[in-house]
Design a protein around this ligand. Structure first.
Ligand SMILES: CC(C)(COP(=O)(O)OP(=O)(O)OC[C@H]1O[C@@H](n2cnc3c(N)ncnc32)[C@H](O)[C@@H]1O)[C@@H](O)C(=O)NCCC(=O)NCCS
Ligand SMILES: Nc1ncnc2c1ncn2[C@@H]1O[C@H](COP(=O)(O)OP(=O)(O)OP(=O)(O)O)[C@@H](O)[C@H]1O
Length: 216
């Protein structure tokens, strides 16, 4: 009986073990393979969030204060129902650097707020935040993973994924994003995606084991 009471007391006195998960930022330029890598981490049951998808949910909601502000600033890219028109990446933001900076400044606080709330509701040792825009700064991650491939491979993959995009449109998006060098120098770890999906998966599994070992 004494032992049972002692054990109950020791359990009650233990501090709450619930801690906020570590954050791995997953970044890279357009077509580098971020979403492909994110899905591989999801297959390993790592909770993942796509910041660009969060941004999309915001600017496709005409009542969201960020959407109202964006449409006020850029009425030319409003759809008839008050959302941000999806083609606006090519017609405005990939060709007008100032407009792009303003768009990101409006969206970023709302996206980060959502992503941080989501993170604090997770119980895994670590979570993954995916975004092409992480190297823009202001994102507090424990570890930055950059998915990399040569510009030629990325252009080919984006063209295959988006057949209606022209070569010029793709190069404009490249030019709006951080340089390949900035992505690489800002990373703690690089995943080289000039390989087969199978070899990519092996790199992901190795990295996952490393994270689990340090943060278990
Ligand atoms: C410009 C927008 C409206 C175009 O939307 P659309 O659905 O047509 O494109 P999608 O989101 O699928 O983007 C496709 C790819 O283009 C690249 N990209 C998108 N937006 C940008 C941008 N503003 N600057 C540079 N590259 C971009 C990314 O590699 C992205 O994965 C949208 O991408 C957007 O809201 N971008 C800003 C996102 C943002 O500020 N996120 C904050 C993260 S902290
Ligand atoms: N190792 C690979 N072998 C063959 N195709 C690949 C490989 N990795 C990615 N792809 C393909 O390349 C395209 C771009 O990959 P993905 O969408 O993952 O890139 P991304 O970095 O998320 O791009 P974006 O910034 O536009 O969201 C996709 O169609 C994907 O299926």
């Amino acid at each position: 009986m004494k032992k049972v009471v002692e054990r109950m007391l020791s359990v009650e006195q233990k501090p709450c073990l619930r801690t906020v998960p570590h954050v791995v930022a997953l970044t890279g330029g357009i077509g580098s393979g971020k979403s492909t890598v994110r899905k591989m981490f999801e297959d390993l049951e790592v909770p993942c969030i796509d910041a660009d998808l969060v941004a999309r949910e915001i600017h496709q909601n005409p009542k969201h204060p960020a959407t109202v502000e964006i449409i006020e600033a850029f009425p030319e890219v409003a759809s008839p129902d008050g959302k941000l028109s999806r083609g606006s990446l090519h017609t405005l933001f990939a060709v007008d650097c100032i407009a792009n900076v303003k768009l990101k400044a409006i969206l970023k606080p709302y996206v980060l707020n959502h992503v941080q709330h989501w993170t604090s509701s997770m119980t895994a040792p670590y979570v993954i935040w995916e975004s092409a825009l992480i190297v823009d700064g202001g994102i507090d991650a424990d570890y930055v993973v950059c998915v990399d491939a040569s510009n030629d491979i990325r252009v080919d993959r984006v063209r295959a994924r988006n057949p209606s995009w022209t070569h010029d449109q793709i190069l404009r998006i490249f030019a709006m994003q951080a340089s390949r060098k900035s992505y690489l120098t800002g990373a703690d770890q690089i995943i080289c995606n000039e390989c087969s999906r199978r070899d990519l998966q092996l790199q992901v599994a190795k990295l996952h084991n490393k994270f689990i070992n340090i943060w278990k």
